[in-house]
Write a protein that binds this ligand. Sequence first.
Ligand code: NAP
Length: 276
Amino acid sequence: MSNVPVAVVTGSNKGVGFAIVRALCKQFPGDVYLTARDPGRGQDAVAKLQEEGLRALFHQLDIDDLQSIRALRDFLKEKYGGLNVLVNNAGIAFKVHDTTPFAVQAEVTLKTNFFGTRNVCTELLPIVKPYGRVVNVSSMVSSSALGGCSRELQQKFRSDTITEDELVELMTKFVEDTKKSVHEKEGWPNTAYGVSKIGVTVLSRIQARMLNEKRKGDHVLLNACCPGWVRTDMAGPKATKSPDEGAETPVYLALLPADADGPHGQFLSNKTVRTW
Ligand code: NAP
C-alpha cells in the first residue's frame, strides 16, 4: 500500500474541475486523480496536462453510477488505504432556453448534482484520512434559490439540526412536486439547478456537523463553495472568470494547512465565508 497522499476531483475532464486538477498537480504533494465518466475524455484531459508538463493520474468515475463510485472507493482503499483530498466538482445544468419539461429537468439535475454527489460522499467520506479536506462545489445560486424558498423551507434549510435523511426527503419532495406542477405552491423556487445546489450546500453543513460529532480528533475540514461565474461549457464565454480563476477557492479549501481549524461546514466564494 502506498503512503503517498492522494487527491481526487470528480468531473474533471474539462471546465472548473480540469483547472482544479491542474492547480493540484502544481501544489499538492502527492498523486492527483483526474476522474471522468467517459474514459476517452478523461485520458485526453490527462494527455493535455502532460503537454503542460503536469502529471495527473486517471480513474473512471460516473457519479450517477453507484458501481462506478464503489470501484473507485475500493481502488483507493487498496492502493492508498483511503484518500486525503476529495473535490466534488461534477455537476450539470440545463441551458436557460432548454425546452425539456421542468419536471424532467428537476429529476435529471437533482439526480447528478444532489443525489450523485451525496452517493460519492456516502462511499468516500468514511475513507477520508485524518487531516483530510473535502470540498463540495456548490454555487451562489444556492443562496439566491434559498431566498426564493418559502419561509418554512428556508427555516429547514438553515436549521442546525436538519438530518441527511430529512434533506433527502425534501430534495425528493421537490422532484415529486414538479411532476405534479405544485412546486411553486409548495414553496419552491422555479430553479431545478438552484434547488440541487441548495441540496449540496445544506448537505455540506450536515456532513461537517457529523464529522464534529463522530470524528472530532481527525481534523477533517469539509466545506461548500462557489467557483464564481466561470467561462466553461456550462456557463458560456461571457462569464467573468477563467477556469484557473474559478479553481482558486476550491483549491484553497482543498489545501487548507494541517494546523487550520477552519473554515469547516461553511459556504465560501472568493475564499470568503458567506452567510447562509
Ligand atoms: P462543465 O464545464 O459543464 O463541466 C462539468 C463536468 O462535470 C464535466 O467534466 C462533466 O463530464 C462532469 N459530469 C457531469 N455529470 C457527471 C457525472 N454523472 N459523473 C461524473 N462527471 C460528470 O461545468 P463547470 O462550469 O466546469 O462546472 C463545474 C462545477 O462548478 C459544477 O458543479 C457547477 O455546477 C459548478 N459551478 C459552475 C459555475 C460556472 O460559472 N461555470 C458557477 C457556479 C458553480 P462530461 O464532460 O462527461 O459531461
